[in-house]
Ligand binder design. Structure first.
Ligand code: UD1
Ligand code: CA
Length: 418
């Protein structure tokens, strides 16, 4: 079942009213366009192409693992395909899935189902439709009395009777490229918006005697396009509900799922407990028996088994097993907490290795430091290591007890080694 995927993401997304291109907005810490690219890759797409344009300095790094095609002037979704044609032909793509960069909830399985239906029927164009309560903004699916597909009419071009149709175009297509490239030659922009509409390819294919399959998808939520921030919030709630439900079914306790936000790439072992008002994002993983929250934010961190993270923030930190963090600790990138260690109340740690059983219980800043085993850092200690030009590492050996030393700079001199 060989196919490639093209993700359309060149538009500005004016309805977001944002400086940032629409597809760079995030759901649960992951940009919209990444959700779409990852679904295509998971579905087994041979190659992924992305059409970028507006705000490309922001979108290009998000799509760096794809074949990037630049559409400088955005003259419509059909125009985006015209721009992409050369690259697709050069890559020898026969079966092409087209997705919008603003449809983040689409599942890999749905892409696979669409491609198999398309190939087994031998269709020229297959497209997924959905029935929605409020079809505002979507292209309407016009069918004849026999329920056979006729055309797609964009909201802005629709008559009163067409506006009443609630079956709409999802913007998810599968094309036989030989037909697609043939039809693109005839595509016109004589519509209200003066744009080349990709959906017009369907009716033009029919007119030339080709076969179009307009397939009604069961799950409209999955195909929801994000055009404004209200839809962004709705999609986030839906994505979050799905993710939390799966974790709970896999043995994670989440007593208030409505206040817990877990990113799609986070890995949780069974018997992890996530308490309210907690956000876990990026490539975070948490081992069995650990309790996170309430009110904690963890991103791109690895947490071992039986740890406690209470009311704290962790960014790119590593916790081995049985580590205790918080309340109100801030562990910044490069922090490694070894087995049984502790970072207590109002403690900030950056780029430091806290040895097994070592404790930083109260009101301290530990930066660029190596602590040995079972070190105890007294309240209010600071390892300051910056001499105005260079940052020096601090090393404190096994079993050291740093009692309260009033002047922080004295501590750093004392502790600094050549
Ligand atoms: C589009 C469809 C509509 C469908 C809806 C589903 C068209 C004309 N209409 O409408 O039938 O119901 O999606 O969500 O296709 N883009 C480009 N280059 C362009 C224009 C757009 O790459 O020149 C990209 C956008 O960045 C976006 C996607 O294509 O990711 C869809 O464009 P958008 O403007 O959101 O189309 P809709 O009006 O939602
Ligand atoms: Ca859209």
């Amino acid at each position: 079942m060989g196919f490639s995927t093209l993700v359309l993401a060149a538009g500005a997304g004016t309805r977001m009213k944002s400086q940032k291109p629409k597809v760079a907005h995030e759901i649960l810490g992951k940009p919209l366009i990444r959700w779409v690219i990852d679904a295509a890759l998971e579905a087994g797409s041979d190659e992924v192409f992305t059409v970028l344009g507006h705000g490309r300095e922001i979108t290009e790094p998000l799509a760096s693992d794809t074949n990037i095609i630049i559409q400088d002037e955005q003259l419509g979704t059909g125009h985006a395909l015209m721009i992409a044609q050369q690259s697709l032909e050069a890559a020898g793509v026969d079966t092409l899935v087209v997705l919008s960069g603003d449809t983040p909830l689409l599942r890999a399985a749905t892409i696979q189902d669409l491609v198999s239906a398309h190939l087994s029927r031998g269709a020229d164009v297959s497209l997924l439709t959905m029935c929605v309560e409020d079809p505002t903004g979507y292209g309407r699916i016009v069918r004849d009395e026999q329920e056979d597909f006729l055309s797609i009419v964009e909201h802005k071009d629709a008559s009163a009777s067409e506006l009443a149709i609630n079956e709409v175009n999802s913007g998810v297509y599968c094309f036989n490229t030989a037909n697609l490239f043939d039809i693109l030659k005839d595509l016109q922009n004589d519509n209200t918006q003066g744009e080349y509409y990709l959906p017009d390819v369907a009716a033009l294919t029919l007119a030339q005697g080709g076969d179009v399959a307009a397939l009604l998808a069961e799950d409209a939520y999955e195909l929801a396009g994000i055009n404004d921030r209200v839809q962004l919030a709705e999609a986030t709630a839906e994505a979050s509900w799905r993710i939390n439900t799966q974790h709970m079914l896999d043995g994670v306790t989440i007593i208030d799922p409505s206040s817990v936000w877990i990113g799609p790439d986070v890995k949780l072992a069974s018997d992890v407990e996530i308490l309210p008002l907690t956000t876990l994002t990026g490539n975070t993983s948490i081992g069995s028996g650990s309790i996170i929250g309430p009110m904690s934010r963890v991103s791109d961190s690895v947490i071992g088994e039986n740890c406690v993270v209470d009311d704290s923030v962790l960014i790119e930190a590593v916790l081995e097993d049985m580590v205790s963090v918080g309340p109100r600790a801030y562990l910044r990138p490069g922090t490694i907490m070894r087995v049984g260690s502790k970072a207590g109340t109002h403690v900030e740690i950056k780029k430091s290795d806290i040895g097994p059983g070592s404790k930083v219980p109260h009101l301290s800043y530990i930066g660029d430091t190596e602590l040995g085993e079972n070190v105890n850092i007294g309240a209010g200690s600071i390892t300051c290591n910056y001499d105005g030009a260079n940052k020096h590492a601090t090393r404190i050996g096994d079993g050291a007890l740093l009692a309260v030393i009033p002047c922080s700079s004295r501590l750093s001199l004392w502790a600094r080694m050549p």
